[in-house]
Design a protein. Structure first.
Length: 123
């Protein structure tokens, strides 16, 4: 369902939270580290992550929250522009393949979990 600016309505609220992540290739039993990253904004359905490594849209990823040890399978939903503020980082929206409420170590409102999985995840 489009919002006022034509973009999809978010499925859940977003929280500004810096979370250190380790990122692996799926099904690699954590042997193939793609890199380390930091989530900047998080939601029940995914988050906005700053990556130093190259990512591709729809790329599957296995994320490990370094603070909690929680794991989640996800995919790249959106590739943002490169940020050059001293470091080359790309802002990437990731989407969990299935809702993973405990991944960020936060409790999201109950209505966030019941919203449709069909909306866009933009920046």
């Amino acid at each position: 369902m489009p919002g006022r600016n034509g973009a999809g309505i978010r499925r859940s609220s977003r929280v500004t939270l810096r979370v250190p992540l380790r990122v692996y290739e799926p099904d690699s039993n954590r042997r193939f580290l793609v890199g380390e990253a930091s989530a900047l904004k998080v939601s029940l359905w995914g988050g906005l992550v700053a990556f130093r490594t190259t990512m591709h849209r729809d790329q599957k990823l296995f994320l490990v929250n370094q603070a909690t040890g929680e794991t989640a399978q996800s995919k790249v939903a959106y590739l943002g522009p490169m940020r050059l503020g001293g470091r080359r980082l790309r802002l990437v929206a990731i989407e969990f393949l299935r809702p993973t409420p405990s991944f960020w170590g936060l409790a999201f409102p109950a209505n966030d979990a019941t919203r449709s999985h069909t909306t866009q995840y933009g920046h």
